[in-house]
Design a protein around this ligand. Structure first.
Ligand SMILES: Nc1nc2c(c(=O)[nH]1)N[C@H]1C(S)=C(S)[C@@H](COP(=O)(O)O)O[C@H]1N2
Ligand SMILES: [Mo]
Length: 297
């Protein structure tokens, strides 16, 4: 697999959707040249809603390691070194060890156009490239005792200025129940808009769990641990009343400081109704049968 090319923020132009769609066709040729992660056409899990302008999706980011402002990551994330990269897999697995990025890029890559709903009540529609997390888990073989999957972001205060502060308990950590992690909608993304992931969006590898609030979709993953007990995520540790473990998108459960019934779809500016499970209820509601969803923010 060819080494990753950076998509530098300066290389991102304002691209109307029609142009982007054309570019996407053109990019298919590039992908064949193995410059990009290989991907098949967007399949049954994708929405056909208009995608967010890539300039918005790569210019308005939450990546707290670089600072709290939406334009901190696009301005500062170029300092993050993503090559070489590997993911350390440990805990309740039959085959622990270091997975080089090259191994993960050799898994069959798919295109998925997903809605992304931030707990702050904005949303986007992003075309990802990636592979089901289940492919990685099948490789490392969770033991019968494994019940949770925990993820950890790179810790590199020399490259990530906000990690020199106590803004969060670094490194950023998140986790899923094993059945959520094995769900076919749950992917590890390696690209977006047909290009390798820009640093500010979580290069070279980030989680995408489209039915949960965006903070669960942890970026720039260096470690995955299979656990018996449910761990506490970084945001949950910081403000447990505001950020729960499940964090399923739910229009009926308020964030303590604002309601979640509607969201601002970025770039077209319109406010739309927020859907239960971010519109993925047909696929995922069965995971929570018997649970009082209003108690599980
Ligand atoms: N390591 C890390 N991952 C993270 C975050 C972060 O601050 N650090 N922010 C989360 C939040 S709150 C959101 S909404 C999404 C935003 O992803 P995007 O910037 O690619 O749209 O990333 C999530 N993953
Ligand atoms: Mo978010």
């Amino acid at each position: 697999m060819a080494p990753y090319r950076y998509l530098r923020p300066s290389a991102v132009e304002i691209t109307p959707r029609a142009v982007w769609l054309n570019r996407r066709t053109a990019l298919a040729g590039l992908a064949a040249a193995a410059l990009l992660p290989r991907a098949v056409a967007a399949g049954r899990f994708s929405t056909d809603e208009p995608v967010t302008d890539p300039a918005v999706a790569t210019g308005y980011c939450n990546f707290f390691e670089f600072g709290p402002a939406k334009d901190d990551p696009p301005q500062l994330a170029h300092a993050m070194r993503t090559d070489p990269w590997s993911v350390a897999v440990s805990g309740e697995v039959e085959r622990p060890g270091n997975l080089p990025l090259e191994t993960l890029l050799s898994f069959p890559q798919e295109d998925r156009i997903y809605r992304l709903r931030c707990v702050e009540a904005w949303s986007m529609v992003i075309p990802w490239t990636g592979f089901p997390l289940s492919a990685l888990l099948d490789l490392v073989q969770p033991t019968a005792a494994a019940r949770y999957v925990e993820f950890e972001t790179l810790f590199a205060p020399d490259q990530m200025p906000n990690q020199r502060t106590n803004a969060l308990d670094w490194p950023y950590r998140e986790a899923l129940r094993l059945d959520e992690a094995m769900h076919p909608l749950t992917i590890l993304a390696t690209g977006m808009y047909g290009e390798p992931l820009p640093n500010q969006n979580g290069a070279p590898l980030r989680l995408v769990v489209p039915w949960k609030y965006g903070f669960k979709s942890i970026k720039s993953i260096v470690a995955i641990r299979l656990l018996r007990e449910r761990p506490v995520g970084s945001w949950q540790a910081r403000a447990p009343r505001e950020y729960g473990f499940f964090a399923n998108v739910n229009p009926d459960v308020r964030h303590p400081r604002w309601h979640q019934a509607t969201e601002r779809r970025l770039q077209d500016g319109g406010r739309i109704r927020t859907e239960m499970f971010n519109g993925y209820g047909d696929e995922v509601a069965h995971l929570y049968s018997g649970m009082d969803l209003n108690e599980h923010y």
